[in-house]
Design a protein around this ligand. Structure first.
Ligand SMILES: C[S@@+](CC[C@H](N)C(=O)[O-])C[C@H]1O[C@@H](n2cnc3c(N)ncnc32)[C@H](O)[C@@H]1O
Length: 440
């Protein structure tokens, strides 16, 4: 995958050159493909690319006037061997609304380690404990937890060293376009200012490099604009430069189209010349065929079914296909009329995995709905991952999850942009050190 990092205000050529050097030092396995100085007279720092400017669209011609260094923007594009970026040994993060832990798994794959995770659903907490045994998980209602109490809880678990970042997205149903019952007094709206309050508390008491907030693109709808603007204004006032983008998780190589709003805040004081560009991903979404071919038939759900009675994978359980539509030939591949009977196509990526009211999408062979495990595969979970709780709870957990490959792409961009560096070469144990302060 290609990483894109934008840095602003490389005030002098020396700063620029040192930054590129620091990136190489922080990530020796990476190859800087293009380092572009917009408006600068040439691009001699580029290690491989030609003399380029303005997103690689050709050399600066003789007649063009270079702009002053103080206004020069940098963009660095990198291709990376994944194993280097996975070798970090645990830059700590706080995980809010951790759910099934999909977002967290992505961060872990990029070298971060959630020190404390919080959710108020018992099935989410149980699932998290099962898959992330090294992390403390609290069953807490964040709407009722004071931000300062969360700081105390972090200190009790992790000591006085703060998290590098905060990650997580509050429940999106209140902002979802597909939720036709949006209410002005929905208590979930309060979770947005609460999230801002937690960022403020951690930034002022323990220090914080970054936060990543994810949600549905519906949050930028006109009707939520006031809330959203207030949220961003508070983050800005708390000292964070905010970048945002709606991205499709399919571009991170999963077999699904899933648009998500990603907001990244970077501490302005600690990283004065960095404006992070939210990565868009550059992979082709896989097809349903590539993801599900060869999968054995699942077990049908029944009362009292135990996990050890389910072969292949404990979540490979599907609802019993009771409707006559599964046998009378009415269902056509790609049919997406209505919400209840959406049929997947073998040669396309899945529609967004979001199954309200257990309206799980229908298998491309049209004889049943998908199993929970098949939905997990469409979300990019690895095969060892396991969801806990009842079938309905598992359907909710998989629907809510942020695809781990998207989380990983965001996390990698952050760790490289902030020049995080594992202290030990073999990536085991030890403190992480940040080299960003040595540059710029
Ligand atoms: C969008 S999901 C998170 C998905 C998760 N990031 C993942 O990748 O798997 C939102 C989560 O917020 C939790 N939640 C909702 N309201 C909450 C509250 N007041 N306090 C704590 N957790 C809450 C829900 O239980 C749900 O698991």
């Amino acid at each position: 995958m290609r990483l894109q990092i934008t840095m602003v205000k490389a005030a002098t050529e020396r700063v620029y050159t040192r930054r590129i050097g620091a990136l190489h030092k922080a990530a020796p396995g990476l190859q800087v493909q293009n380092a572009i100085r917009w408006g600068a007279p040439d691009c001699k720092v580029s290690s491989q690319g030609p003399r380029e400017r303005d997103q690689g669209q050709g050399p600066i011609s003789a007649g063009e006037t270079p702009i002053p260094w103080a206004e020069v923007l940098m963009r660095v594009e990198m291709t990376q061997p994944a194993q280097f970026l996975a070798a970090g040994d645990g830059w700590p993060v706080l995980s809010l609304f951790s759910g099934a832990g999909g977002f967290d798994l992505g961060f872990r794959s990029a070298g971060f380690l959630p020190g404390l995770a919080v959710d108020f659903e018992p099935a989410a907490v149980e699932t998290y404990k099962k898959n992330h045994p090294g992390t403390a998980v609290d069953l807490l209602d964040l709407s009722k937890t004071k931000p300062t109490d969360l700081v105390k809880r972090w200190k009790a678990v992790m000591g006085s060293k703060g998290p590098r970042g905060i990650i997580g997205g509050p429940p999106c149903q209140a902002f979802s376009i597909s939720n036709v019952h949006q209410r002005t007094g929905d208590p979930r709206y309060k979770l947005l200012p609460r999230y801002a309050g937690i960022i403020e508390a951690f930034a002022s008491e323990l220090g914080l490099d970054f936060f990543v907030f994810e949600n549905v693109p519906g949050l930028i709808q006109v009707r939520h604009q006031r809330r959203y603007k207030l949220f961003k204004a508070r983050c800005d006032a708390a000292g964070f430069r905010v970048s945002e983008k709606v991205v499709d998780a399919g571009n991170f190589g999963i077999p699904q189209h899933r648009r998500r709003l990603i907001i990244v805040g970077i501490n302005k004081k600690r990283f004065p010349d960095l404006k992070l560009e939210v990565p868009e991903g550059d992979e082709e979404p896989l097809t349903t065929r590539a993801a599900l071919t060869g999968m054995p038939e699942p077990t049908y759900a029944r009362k009292g079914l135990k996990a050890n009675e389910v072969p292949f994978h404990p979540n490979h359980v599907a609802m019993v296909p009771r409707s006559s539509k599964f046998t009378n030939g009415q269902l056509a591949p790609g049919d997406r009329r209505g919400r209840s009977f959406r049929v997947l196509e073998w040669d396309s990526p899945s529609y967004t995995v979001a199954y309200g009211h257990r309206e799980v999408h229908i298998h491309p062979d049209r004889h049943r709905r998908l199993s929970v495990y098949e939905a997990m595969v469409l979300q990019g979970f690895p095969e060892w991952y396991e969801l806990k709780g009842t079938l309905s709870q598992q359907i909710q957990l998989v629907s809510d999850a942020l695809p781990p490959p998207l989380g990983q792409g965001i996390a990698q961009t952050i760790s490289v942009a902030l020049c995080y560096k594992p202290e030990s070469a073999n990536g085991t144990g030890g403190r992480q050190e940040r080299v960003a302060n040595q540059v710029g």
